[in-house]
Design a protein around this ligand. Structure first.
Ligand code: BYC
Length: 474
């Protein structure tokens, strides 16, 4: 459905027909713009950025490209098209028509899911706001800003649902989304990973790869929801998510590629002195970001997740493609748990193991991407293999939160863990070294010493295209 850009809030939900909602959202809009000015990308608010903007929600007319100043970006409300006869695909109400309004008995739970999802979007913009200062190229700077404005729009998507369907509580939650701050001791963001720092570009690419990928899986589960407005908004968000994952995977891939090139050129695996990042250090960053992101799926065994599912609110990844009863009252699922110092395999009711089921889909996806990174290393003729650490490694949520697990899955004592940690995750010195490489490169077509250029530009533009112009002085 085409998007109406003539209104103050671009939308494809006929906002003009609902004056009350339109006024409520117009009242929220200045707070959002103020939040963007305060917490959005630092110092680049006056720059012209070559951004894509959605023009319609179907595959053909998805995006137009052009220079935009970020504060003028047309954030709005876009839902995937209505499927008139859609039925609830899972849970106790399976087969009944989807809900176009909030089912009264699930109001609180649904609001909480929407708020948790919504909270991650501004959080990531806050985490990344200072990165422009040290961008490795104009191409990367543009991609960062594209991701940032789209996260802003994803916040709009959740705020629309809160305003349109949750009355006064929803409006209060929408205001609170602009008040919490990533990493703030008094008023932090809801989920752990969104209170971590994104101190450098390697962390950023890792975040876009591992943490945005959680977003893909969570949004895909919510896209199955029996609450149809949530399903439709998540479907459209997923189309934007693909680019964010591309930025992450290709970003890490380009760092790996540059490292391998320097290794060959200088015949050493210590490339730091030549302006590169050692593969062993890249491995530590993977360990860090993967483990933080695994926590985002919640506890392995969760009655919350069982309730979301039975109530028809949050499904599994590709729920409708699965060949089972979509109710899970009798089936079981394999869950790893630490028992008496070793990790054992247990059978749990599938309904209670839904967070783990989703985490498994995510892990399989991460493994596929890891294979592609290892292919870059192999094809460069370097003998090294990156690995994903064990799912119990460095976890703060769920079954493994109370034990210390090594990257290869051994449970060890706290003392042993402390002794070995510097070999597993970035140390202060590692982070300082990576920070020392982060020098801003903004000459068109040039790239920082630690990252290879991409294979191609954005929207068929060349690599030396001016993806961002009117740059701030420093
Ligand atoms: N940190 O029963 P459990 C994205 C809490 S990313 C802190 O396992 P549940 C994006 C939990 O709230 C996708 N607390 O929880 C990426 C619960 O609290 P109560 C974001 C946590 O509900 C990059 C308690 O622990 N979307 O889009 O089954 C850039 C017991 O846990 C955490 C969503 O997450 C944690 N990590 O599962 C931009 C989807 N984990 O009840 C964007 C919506 C758990 O004891 N959210 N807790 O007070 C959900 O589906 C669920 O809330 C969760 C948690 C899967 C996150």
């Amino acid at each position: 459905m085409a998007i109406n850009y003539s209104e103050r809030i671009p939308n494809n939900v006929n906002l003009a027909d609902d004056r009350r909602l339109q006024r409520a959202l117009e009242a929220w809009q200045p707070g959002f713009l103020q939040w963007w000015a305060e917490m959005g990308p630092e110092t680049f608010q006056g720059s012209d950025v070559y951004l894509r903007t959605a023009t319609s929600t179907d595959a053909q007319g998805w995006a137009t490209f052009g220079y935009v100043k970020m504060p003028d970006y047309r954030w709005g409300i876009f839902l995937a098209d209505l499927e008139p006869d859609r039925k609830i695909p899972f849970g106790e109400h399976k087969g009944e028509p989807v809900w176009r309004e909030v089912p009264g008995e699930h109001r609180g739970v649904l609001r909480r899911l929407i708020v948790t999802q919504g909270d991650t979007e501004p959080a990531s913009v806050e985490q990344q706001r200072h990165l422009g200062r040290t961008c490795p190229s104009l191409y990367d700077l543009r991609n960062l800003f594209q991701v940032n404005v789209e996260e802003g729009r994803h916040l709009w998507a959740m705020v629309y649902l809160l305003h349109a369907y949750f009355g006064r509580d929803g409006r209060e939650e929408a205001d609170a989304l602009l008040q919490r701050r990533s990493g703030n001791a008094d008023n932090p963001r809801i989920l752990g990973a969104f209170n971590e720092k994104t101190p450098d570009w390697l962390s950023y690419f890792m975040f876009a790869h591992f943490t945005d990928r959680d977003g893909k899986y969570q949004l895909a589960s919510l896209a199955e929801s029996g609450f149809d407005p949530l399903a439709r908004t998540c479907r459209f968000m997923l189309t934007e998510e693909a680019h964010h994952l591309f930025v992450g995977e290709s970003g890490v891939g380009r760092v790996i590629s540059r490292t391998c090139q320097l290794m060959k050129e200088h015949n050493t695996d210590k490339v730091g002195a030549h302006g590169g990042i050692d593969l062993t250090l890249i491995q530590k960053y993977i360990n860090f970001h993967y483990s933080v992101s695994l926590d985002l799926f919640g506890s392995e065994l969760s009655t919350n997740a069982a309730t979301y599912y039975s109530a028809g609110l949050k499904g599994r990844f590709k729920e409708t493609d699965r060949d089972d009863d979509h109710q899970l009252n009798v089936s079981t699922y394999r869950v790893l748990r630490p028992v008496n110092g070793i990790v054992i395999q247990t059978e749990q009711t599938a309904l209670n193991a839904l967070n783990e089921t989703l985490r498994d889909s995510y892990i399989a996806d991460c493994e596929r991407a890891l294979t592609r990174w290892n292919k870059i290393i192999r094809e460069a003729g370097v003998a090294f293999e990156l690995k994903l650490p064990h799912r119990g490694f460095r976890r703060s949520i769920g079954e493994f939160a109370s034990v210390q697990v090594t990257p290869d899955g051994q449970i060890v004592s706290e003392a042993e863990w402390q002794r070995q940690t510097p070999a597993w995750i970035p140390t202060q010195a590692d982070r300082e070294f990576v920070a020392s490489l982060m020098k801003r490169v903004t000459a068109p077509g040039e790239f920082a010493s630690w990252i290879a250029p991409p294979v191609r530009g954005i929207n068929h533009q060349s690599l030396d295209f001016e993806y961002v112009t009117a740059l701030p002085a420093n």
